[in-house]
Design a protein around this ligand. Structure first.
Ligand SMILES: [Zn+2]
Ligand SMILES: [Zn+2]
Length: 89
């Protein structure tokens, strides 16, 4: 499937507004990047309900398997659970 960059841009914009331009884990306001809850490599979509704002440090930890994110019942609109794995620093 061809990636729709316009749709991705607007989903990212909505994500930053929803997350108040802060990392959802450490609340940093610098180095923000979108993370796909379901990774794109696993078929995750560029939609608001699959995106979460992280800073680059937290984002690296997620991709290194040191931090796991679980949506709560409200998805990105509600509290999100972060699980620190062995080796987290
Ligand atoms: Zn962070
Ligand atoms: Zn990511």
């Amino acid at each position: 499937m061809k990636r729709d960059w316009t749709a991705y841009d607007s989903a990212k914009q909505s994500m930053y507004i929803r997350d108040e331009y802060r990392c959802r884990h450490c609340h940093s306001k610098v180095g923000l990047t979108p993370h796909h809850m379901q990774w794109r490599s696993a078929g995750g979509q560029d939609t608001l309900d699959n995106l979460i704002t992280l800073c680059i440090q937290c984002h690296d930890r997620v991709h290194d398997g040191l931090l796991e994110i679980e949506w709560g019942p409200l998805g990105g609109d509600g509290p999100v659970k972060f699980i620190r794995k062995a080796g987290y620093r």
